[in-house]
Design a protein around this ligand. Structure first.
Ligand SMILES: [Fe+2]
Ligand SMILES: [Fe+2]
Length: 177
């Protein structure tokens, strides 16, 4: 599909400076959902948000959208192995934002993307349309990653399990990241 080629070229152009600086590569060590690493999850969220920005009838600041999305989970620890685990969902946007501010010059839009991406789990809503897009993309990708992992586990042929497997397969192969 031509729009995906266009999206990937634009993504490559916009993401390169962020991927080359800071510690984003550290996210490759940490699992996010299922078999997906935090790094793969961040790339998927950024690509999904960029894809949505290309098909929606609004103007988006795409450079800030991609930078904020890439850094939205820049918390740099394995959340499965720390005492924070239960509260990770509430605290990690603030930690990610502090890390990102240390390593990058953030715009207000990028900062808001990172701080508010867990809405509605965290109560303050996103302020900019770019933040809304990343919040939505994060949910889409997390759902896809969780169902994809579940789908791999379900192999026993019962109808409900079969339906869950089909659903996971469909979500896992949506072409937007
Ligand atoms: Fe997050
Ligand atoms: Fe995320």
């Amino acid at each position: 599909m031509r729009i995906l080629v266009k999206r990937d070229n634009l993504f490559h152009h916009l993401s390169e400076p962020v991927l080359k600086t800071g510690h984003l590569n550290q996210l490759k060590q940490f699992k996010q959902h299922g078999h997906c690493t935090c790094y793969d999850h961040s790339i998927a969220v950024a690509k999904t948000a960029l894809f949505l920005s290309m098909i929606l009838p609004f103007r988006f600041k795409q450079k800030q959208l991609v930078r904020g999305a890439l850094l939205h989970d820049y918390f740099l620890y394995d959340w499965h192995n720390v005492k924070l685990e239960k509260l990770h969902g509430f605290h990690h946007p603030r930690i990610a934002c502090e890390n990102a501010k240390r390593d990058f010059d953030l715009t207000p839009v990028e900062e808001n993307i990172i701080k508010r991406h867990m809405f509605p789990l965290t109560p303050i809503p996103p302020r900019y349309k770019e933040s809304v897009l990343v919040t939505v993309s994060d949910k889409i990708c997390a759902t896809k990653e969780v169902f994809s992992a579940l789908g791999r586990k379900i192999r026993n042929g019962r109808p409900v399990a079969y339906m869950a497997h089909v659903f996971a397969f469909l979500i896992a192969f949506l072409p937007w990241n």
